[in-house]
Design a binder for this molecule. Sequence first.
Ligand SMILES: [Zn+2]
Length: 449
Amino acid sequence: MNVAVSSTRTPPDPAEDLAQTLRQIYDLDLTTTSGGNLSVLDDDGVIWITPAGIDKGELRADQVARVEDLDSDTENQNTPPPSSELPFHRAIYAARSDLRAVIHAHPVSLVAFSIAQTVPDTRVSAQSYARCGTVGFAPYALPASEDLGAEIAQTFAKGFDCVVLENHGVVVGGTTLRQAFERLEALDLCARTVLRARTLGTERALPWDDLELALSIVRKPKSQPRECALITDQERAIRQSLCKIARRAYRKGLMTSAQGALSARLPENTFLLTPTSIPLDRLEPSDLLRVGLQRSGLHEHDSREALHAALYRTHPDVSAVAHGYGANASGFSAAGIPLPSKTIPESYILIREPVSVSFRTTVLDPDGVAAVLCPDNPVALVHNDGVLTVGASVLDTFDRLEVLEATAAAVIASHPLGELTAMNDEQLAELRTTFFPTGGFRGAPHGGS
Ligand SMILES: [Zn+2]
């Protein structure tokens, strides 16, 4: 049966949006039950803020506090008491008229930087630099005090959108709550990536030209779901599968809500791709973009479309492509160190011998990526922009992404134990003969190895 699909969404209520976002922050382990607070400033000058002393994992919209006047202590008596950190939220809004949302949290990765008296270098990742800019550092002051508010607001007034608080945590701002949340996710991923890269050696910053390129991409209009006529049963099944796996990649920490792309080949020279305007954790089958494989100006507004199209055009056996951002594999790409894949049979069979490509190549030379990323070498580390995998199906491509991250995590975890031992040539030859004797994807097991 052929049907048309369209995607419509209504803007969220501020209290519901705050409650949902705080639960999400808690579920991602970016804050504890007692720490963290977030607020939104609405068009009427009202601050909506998470309440004091309520379980962060279970917050409901009717528990969100409403503070009527930005400049006074007037609180709405009909709502719960606001967070004790209201003074710094208020001070940030007073210092930065462009900001309409503020998030404060205690992610482990950023507390590590906080207590080491430093900030993560966002230039290790095109996405983190483009989303967060450079990071400010605010001196210590007593929690809930006006002094803390003044220190944080002064740092925001210098133009920083993300500020690490000395011996405390982090505060990020945004023009919307969604933007602030995406900054928190990107900064936490950046911090975890830097910590992994330091374990391996040291992180390398993107060249200046590439930072400009990263900014130009993030500033482009986000790709919106498009009305699609005539969806076949086959396409509907692929849409559901792609959506389910994209949400799983988010849950497993292989992509963030805003960083990551997943696509799947369709018949007749088209493919489906996740849009940039919808958070991956909220993706619905009708949101997916249907894109043509042809080389044309149609792709110019979205470099991801051109990259995925080049991979499908060049390699008929590629049925799905993923761009992921697991912190451990990203640590290797940020450090510029090859990722050892000859560790256990599963790793060697699924990820083979990863190739390297630059962030610039993925944006400006998609055919150059397709020349090295192929069924025989189905994994690429992108300096400094995560990893790419290709596969014979959506599940095969996701499996490869997951095994890649697990392999990177195991290698990093083995560091305190000394030199790792790779499988020897004889063992590797035996694996090749058994699992992929003719090369390509064929023989890749899903039943365990
Ligand atoms: Zn705090």
